[in-house]
Write a protein that binds this ligand. Structure first.
Ligand SMILES: *Cc1c(COP(=O)(O)O)cnc(C)c1O
Length: 252
């Protein structure tokens, strides 16, 4: 890479304590093993369940450790963070997903740096994305985010409105639907969360069976640090894990 100038160290793993690097690597191995075991218990293989690293608040140097350890999927909640870290990670083969809410005025920025948007939950936003993709002559993967928690404050479309939205999105030719995403009920016990994961799986099965959802859109993005094994038991094909790998987040 370019000159090892003094302005760069904060973006390289060399700036991290060896202990911190070792601990991230151990955690990555442990999460991968647990996810693989849960996949096998549910009659699938480790290849059927991908681990996406939820990297909000983590500096590029930390994310680099994980990508160099063989992980390839990262998810950011804020467009600003996704864009801000993109250059520092550009030399590493990976996919960056947006997993937080997307404001319409940030679509242009997002499309430049994201490989997939997991938080599409309304037609207006999707249309804005599709129109912009048309201008750029690009296409993009996305998930429809479903609000399985029924809390008004949460983003995601209501489960009983998902079919209508997905039908309308079939006309958005620049957008490739990969499946459904949900957050569930953060902060609750895994037993309290499990029904929302079951609901997402059932919704997906119903929409695939009726043909409302394209046959290729089989993915289910659900499960976080506290409950990803349960989510895999309910059919998750992608889990989004942050704090079990990087430790508790520091928002200061
Ligand atoms: C932060 C976040 C995660 C990961 O949460 P952890 O509990 O840290 O594993 C997953 N999905 C979304 C949408 C998030 O914002």
């Amino acid at each position: 890479m370019s000159s090892p100038g003094t302005s760069e160290p904060q973006n390289t793993p060399e700036s991290l304590a060896p202990d911190a690097i070792a601990s991230i690597r151990d955690n990555l191995d442990e999460v991968a093993t647990r996810a693989a075991t849960a996949a096998e218990v549910s009659g699938r293989t480790s290849a059927d369940v991908k681990v996406l690293l939820a990297t909000k608040t983590q500096p590029a140097a930390t994310i680099r450790v994980a990508l160099e350890h063989g992980f390839t999927l990262i998810g950011e909640n804020k467009v600003q963070e996704l864009v801000g870290k993109a250059d520092d990670l550009a030399d590493l083969d990976h996919e960056a997903h947006l997993i937080g809410p997307l404001q319409k005025n940030k679509v242009n920025h997002t499309l430049r740096h994201a490989h997939c948007i997991q938080s599409v939950d309304n037609l207006e936003l999707a249309t804005k994305i599709n129109n912009r993709l048309d201008v750029l002559d690009q296409s993009m993967d996305f998930f429809v985010q479903v609000n399985t928690s029924r809390e008004d404050s949460k983003s995601g479309i209501a489960p009983d409105e998902a079919e209508a939205l997905i039908s309308e999105l079939r006309g958005h030719s620049r957008m490739r639907l990969r499946g459904l995403m949900t957050i569930g009920l953060p902060g609750r016990t895994p037993e309290e969360i499990r029904p929302s994961y079951a609901e997402l799986r059932e919704l997906s099965q119903k929409l695939l069976a009726s043909g409302a959802m394209p046959a290729a859109a089989t993915e289910l993005s659900m499960g976080m640090s506290n409950d990803f094994e349960l989510a895999i038991a309910e059919g998750a094909t992608m889990v989004r894990v942050g704090s079990s790998i990087f430790g508790a987040r520091d928002y200061s």
